[in-house]
Design a protein. Structure first.
Length: 147
C-alpha cells in the first residue's frame, strides 16, 4: 500500500467495484411523439441497435416518466405535439432536477425560429422528419455512451 492512500487496498477495491460502470444498468432513451406509429418505429430502431428505450405519447406522460425513472439518459422528442409542444416539454425539463439531460428534438415542419428556440434550450441536435435512422442511432449512442 502506498504511503499516500487513506484507504486500505481492500477498501480501494470495494470502492472501485462500487463505482464500476459494468455494475450499473445502461441508460435508456425516452422517445416522445403524439403519433403512435412514429414513436414505436423510432423505439424499435433504437432497440435493434442495442439502445434500451421507452416511449411517451405526450409531454405530460414524458415528465411523469422522467420523474419516476432516473435510468433515462436521453430524451428524444417531437416538436409539434398537442396539447403541449416539444419546446414546452424541454423548458419543463430544463427547469427540473433533470436539467442536464441530453435532448434531441425532431420535427417535420419546423422553421428557423423553432430551430433557434430549440438551440437556446441546449438541445443536442434538431432532426428533420423523415428521420435518418443512422443519424439518430449515432447521436443516441454518443449521448448514452453506448459503444
Amino acid at each position: 500500500m502506498s504511503d499516500h492512500n487513506i484507504l486500505s487496498e481492500a477498501e480501494l477495491e470495494a470502492l472501485n467495484a462500487a463505482m464500476g460502470v459494468a455494475d450499473q444498468p445502461p441508460l435508456a432513451a425516452l422517445v416522445v411523439d403524439d403519433h403512435e406509429q412514429t414513436r414505436e418505429t423510432l423505439a424499435e430502431i433504437l432497440f435493434l441497435h442495442g439502445i434500451s428505450c421507452s416511449t411517451a405519447a405526450s409531454a405530460v406522460e414524458a415528465l411523469e416518466r422522467l420523474r419516476g425513472d432516473k435510468g433515462i439518459g436521453l430524451l428524444i422528442t417531437d416538436l409539434r405535439m398537442a396539447p403541449d409542444s416539444g419546446l414546452d416539454l424541454i423548458r419543463e425539463v430544463r427547469d427540473s432536477d433533470r436539467a442536464a439531460l441530453p435532448i434531441i428534438i425532431m420535427s417535420g415542419d419546423a422553421g428557423v425560429k423553432d430551430a433557434i428556440a430549440a438551440m437556446h434550450l441546449s438541445v443536442v441536435d434538431f432532426l428533420l422528419k423523415p428521420i435518418d435512422a443512422n443519424q439518430l442511432v449515432k447521436l443516441a449512442k454518443r449521448e448514452l455512451g453506448v459503444a
